[in-house]
Design a protein around this ligand. Structure first.
Ligand SMILES: C[S@@+](CC[C@H](N)C(=O)[O-])C[C@H]1O[C@@H](n2cnc3c(N)ncnc32)[C@H](O)[C@@H]1O
Length: 273
């Protein structure tokens, strides 16, 4: 299957318009391989005829194409240190500051492992902090991922990726070949579709935002826009946790970089950018 330059340009513009994901020339192979299953499923002859259909303005198909071009790589307690910082530094600090309901946003949550890792840490912590409660909101642009996160069922291969055995025993039950999260974990979370490039809706004021491994897909302007949107819902003094390769440096001057153990977090200073 080969991709004409004009079709590649059309698809990348569609993806940028609907998700802000920046697919530069050189990503033709990615577009070809991700669209191949859609070509088969729709019975189209090839990518060219799929793109012809997209050009006619098929909204449902356009969403499927954008969804297919998101990269949903994730794992439990990904990179370890941010999660250690959350339970060892951020939660005690929030309790000391008088926070009653710990509110965390897992922005770009993929299939939910990040949000559920945080939920398990909170379930371990809450019994020692009577009177406190917690809520976690997970959002992602991919409808497919939001559906998977809500289902809260994971394959053996998925639970093998970073989930400590004691957590598997404590918080999951095996149903057939899958591992399902127990209601206690699910009850701390809700998942919704959301585009980070647009102003957040339905997100309460947050104490902590995990925005990990997603800024890398955006150009500079969109990165700044997204950080501006985070600032609208992160309370002054709240914490932003980014991926290992990401920073607010040169993007947004209102965040102060802090090292907590072996993790780096960014604290919202309260000012405007
Ligand atoms: C690589 S995953 C990261 C998942 C998780 N945060 C982690 O670090 O393991 C990136 C996620 O960002 C989502 N994404 C991409 N563009 C987005 C946008 N504009 N708004 C919301 N989510 C987006 C993708 O659908 C994908 O699930």
């Amino acid at each position: 299957m080969s991709l004409a330059m004009a079709d590649f340009t059309f698809v990348t513009a569609l993806v940028r318009q609907r998700s802000a994901i920046d697919l530069q020339p050189g990503k033709e192979y990615l577009v070809e391989s991700r669209l191949a299953p859609i070509v088969r499923a729709t019975g189209e002859k090839d990518i060219a005829s799929l793109v012809t259909r997209l050009r006619r303005g098929d909204d449902k198909l356009s969403n499927e194409v954008v969804d297919a071009l998101t990269t949903n790589e994730t794992s439990w307690f990904r990179d370890t240190h941010p999660f250690q910082a959350f339970s060892q530094h951020l939660l005690p600090e929030l309790a000391r500051s008088g926070c009653r309901t710990v509110t965390v946003w897992s922005a770009a949550c993929s299939s939910g492992q990040e949000a559920y890792s945080l939920a398990m840490l909170l379930l371990d912590w809450l019994p020692n902090n009577p009177g406190l409660s917690a809520q976690i909101i997970g959002t992602d642009i991919s409808a497919r991922m939001v559906e998977r996160a809500r289902a809260a069922k994971f394959s053996q291969l998925e639970v093998n990726r970073g989930l400590p055995a004691p957590y598997l025993v404590k918080y999951f039950e095996q149903i057939g070949r899958e591992w399902a999260l127990k209601p206690a974990v699910k009850s701390l979370t809700r998942f919704e579709r959301g585009n980070l490039a647009l102003p957040p809706t339905n997100i309460p004021t947050c104490d902590v935002v995990f925005l990990r491994n997603v800024l890398i897909y955006f150009d500079l302007d969109i990165k700044r826009t997204v950080l501006g949107h985070i600032r609208r819902v992160l309370r002054p003094g709240g914490y932003l946790v980014l991926g290992g390769a990401e920073s607010t440096l040169n993007l947004d001057g209102t965040f102060r970089r802090m090292e907590l153990g072996r993790a780096v977090v960014f604290r919202h200073s309260g000012g405007a950018s």
